[in-house]
Write a protein that binds this ligand. Structure first.
Ligand code: SAM
Length: 258
């Protein structure tokens, strides 16, 4: 297995702009991040190694948008549409400009953003959590139901709480440390798959009207346009339900006290 310096050499030889390219390739191999035609937003994208990997991974139809406070040199030789935006993502105007560039809903938000390192473990960790939270907020506003967020964060005391906050918004959250990461680095990546856009949470109790019955025989209720399948009810029933499971685009519930 190559060590991180070998990854740097390998990236250079392969024409990638950063050693970080291999981290994203390794995450893609393990977590199957990209699909043909995806729209990808890459936060903290300079010099552009992840942009190269994303652009070559989504085939001929996709769209890649890279943002960084540093200027990103234009990328040549890809079939996909690539937009680059220079701006600081702690600044709301950059986030608004990004939303205007992204025309379709987004399939993947990537964030390799890192603060300027001070060497003070707690301070660097806190700044990294701040940037990761910005990425999570951008993902919450741009990602399609079922979409993926990959976000870098430095280890430290607020990591568990940050990870817990992501677990309410995605069906799967995994913690990854790809082999191309330097040994001394405290960085890791949270891989958040299948974004949930439900207006309810598992365990919520609410009263709904059953408007139809689906092909499997479950009743159908709508909550702010979100579909809940409810077992053992009929069209026209008004029932108190408890939400038992959520998928990105629909959920399951059962009647309470019946
Ligand atoms: C590790 S580098 C990203 C490397 C990139 N993934 C690649 O493969 O080339 C981290 C980047 O985050 C950017 N960054 C840090 N804070 C930022 C912020 N507030 N707004 C925009 N970019 C930021 C830095 O300028 C830096 O280019």
């Amino acid at each position: 297995m190559a060590n991180p310096d070998q990854w740097a050499r390998q990236a250079h030889d392969a024409g990638y702009r950063s050693r970080a390219s291999y981290k994203l390739k390794q995450l893609d191999e393990e977590y199957d991040l990209f699909s043909q035609g995806d729209t990808v937003v890459d936060l903290g994208a300079a010099p552009g190694g992840w942009l190269q990997v994303a652009a070559e991974s989504i085939g001929h139809r996709g769209h890649v948008v890279g943002v960084d406070r540093r200027r990103i040199e234009s990328l040549e030789g890809f079939d996909v549409k690539i937009d680059l935006l220079q701006g600081d993502l702690t600044d709301q105007t950059t986030i608004e400009e990004l939303a205007l560039i992204v025309e379709d809903s987004v399939d993947i938000v990537l964030s390799d953003m890192a603060p300027n390192m001070t060497g003070q473990y707690d301070l660097d960790h806190a700044r990294s959590i701040h940037l990761a939270q910005i990425a999570a907020d951008i993902a919450a506003s741009l990602l399609a139901p079922g979409g993926t967020l990959v976000v870098k964060v430095f280890e430290g005391r607020d990591l568990d709480e940050f990870r817990d906050s992501l677990e309410t918004g995605y069906r799967y959250v995994a913690t990854a440390r790809p082999p191309a990461t330097r040994d001394a680095s405290s960085e890791l990546y949270l891989i958040c798959k299948e974004r949930i856009t439900a207006p309810v949470s598992v365990g919520d109790r609410l009263t709904v009207e059953i408007i139809d019955v689906g092909s499997e025989g479950d009743g159908i209720a709508k909550v702010d346009g979100f579909t809940l399948f409810v077992a053992g009810v009929e069209t026209g029933d008004t029932v108190e339900i408890s939400v038992t499971d959520l998928k990105p685009r629909f959920g399951f519930a059962e009647p309470v006290d019946r």
